[in-house]
Ligand binder design. Structure first.
Ligand SMILES: [Zn+2]
Ligand SMILES: [Zn+2]
Length: 368
């Protein structure tokens, strides 16, 4: 079948929205999804800086939501034709961590999600001239009108919900909210410092507020601090001196938890200095430089933990997040601005410039 997709051909060129050809339908364990909307996440844009870890040309996109139009498992599959689904990250289902309900730490996470091109049928997705495209980024590649998806990735949702807006629940919202609710298991009486008020950081603020956690949010951008305040956090500018002391003052003498979404070494050290004894710092952004820890910052039971995809089992956490959203306690849709799929480059520019928190690309009739 033929449809349109946003293709990234090289790290330095814009996306091209072009006709692509899917050479075969879903095999067992796979579904074909008509994409209603797909969020743009930092991990998509980071492919430009990944130094070849994700093969190009590729169809990116890993916050898809849509309707199942074909299933390789027939009517017996866990996901059926006609189901509305939110797509999340891929996992093997067989390794020790998958069997231990920690699929975000699947032994094959990198190859299944970031390498995106590992496919049993290397020419399954091609461009109009027959050139191979790397499919299955995060098991989905959903900057497209259709996506061939690992059925394990898909979480069925209520068809009455606005499907085109739900994709971010599969990655950025899952990551921020999951860090608070799953990893930290934070609750009333706890304190949290969130570094960076992007989609992940603001989702963490929303989840923390919903859980009764006292939260401070740190960013350099006044508009983002205003948003964080609207969602329940005390805003603190990263541009002013004495950040660690200011965090401690607003968290009863020290934060029990801190969540870094910035990968900024100075901010991470500020967060460590602001932790109370037994406090935990969670890192969701990949560190690109060595981190020099200051003497004493890890004393007295303090710890650092990497958090991937909010430590989520998507089939459990996505419905929980939808429940919070329906109750008005996780208003992630307020972060979204929609763009036609054809405007993917404008969405990227707005995202990189901080003009939008969460772009969501909508395939249109002409893309199918
Ligand atoms: Zn696994
Ligand atoms: Zn993501």
């Amino acid at each position: 079948m033929k449809f349109r997709a946003a293709v990234l051909r090289s790290p330095d060129t814009p996306f091209t929205v072009e006709e692509v050809v899917l050479g075969a339908g879903p095999a067992p364990g796979e579904i074909l999804v008509e994409i209603a909307g797909c969020g743009m996440c930092r991990t998509d844009l980071a492919v430009r800086r990944s130094a070849g870890r994700t093969p190009l040309p590729a169809v990116l996109g890993h916050e898809g939501a849509g309707v199942v139009v074909a299933s390789g498992d027939g009517p017996d599959g866990a996901v059926a034709v006609g189901d509305h689904v939110v797509l999340s990250f891929d996992s093997c289902g067989r390794c020790r961590n998958c069997r231990g309900a920690a699929p975000a730490h699947c032994d094959s996470f990198a190859s299944l999600n970031l390498f995106g091109g590992r496919d049993e049928h290397p020419r399954r997705l091609t461009d109009a001239t027959g050139g191979a495209l790397a499919p299955r980024f995060f098991g989905q590649s959903s900057f497209a009108a259709y996506a061939l998806v690992t059925a394990r990735n898909a979480v069925p949702v209520d068809p009455a919900l606005p499907l085109e807006l739900l994709g971010p629940l599969g990655c950025s919202v899952l990551t921020g909210a999951g860090a608070v609710l799953n990893t930290f298991r934070a609750g009333p009486g706890d304190t949290l410092a969130v570094l960076g008020a992007g989609a992940v950081g603001l989702a963490a603020v929303m989840a923390a507020t919903a859980a009764g956690v006292r939260t401070v949010a740190v960013d350099t951008r006044p508009a983002r601090l205003e948003l964080a305040e609207r969602f329940g956090a005390v805003p603190l500018s990263a541009s002013k001196a004495g950040l660690a002391e200011r965090i401690r003052r607003r968290t009863d003498g020290g934060a029990q938890y801190a969540l870094d979404t910035t990968a900024s070494a100075p901010l991470i050290n500020d967060a460590l200095r602001a932790l109370r004894p037994t406090g935990t710092l969670g890192l969701v952004a990949r560190l690109n430089t060595p981190l020099a820890l200051e003497v004493g910052t890890l004393d007295r039971g303090r710890g650092i933990r990497h958090i991937c995809e909010g430590d989520a089992v998507p089939g459990l956490l996505v419905p929980r997040l939808i429940g919070l959203w329906r109750a008005g306690r996780l208003p992630f849709d307020e972060l979204i601005r929609t763009y036609p799929l054809a405007d993917v480059n404008e969405a990227e520019r707005d995202c990189e410039a901080g003009r939008v928190v969460k772009p969501v690309l909508l395939p249109e009739r002409g893309d199918r």
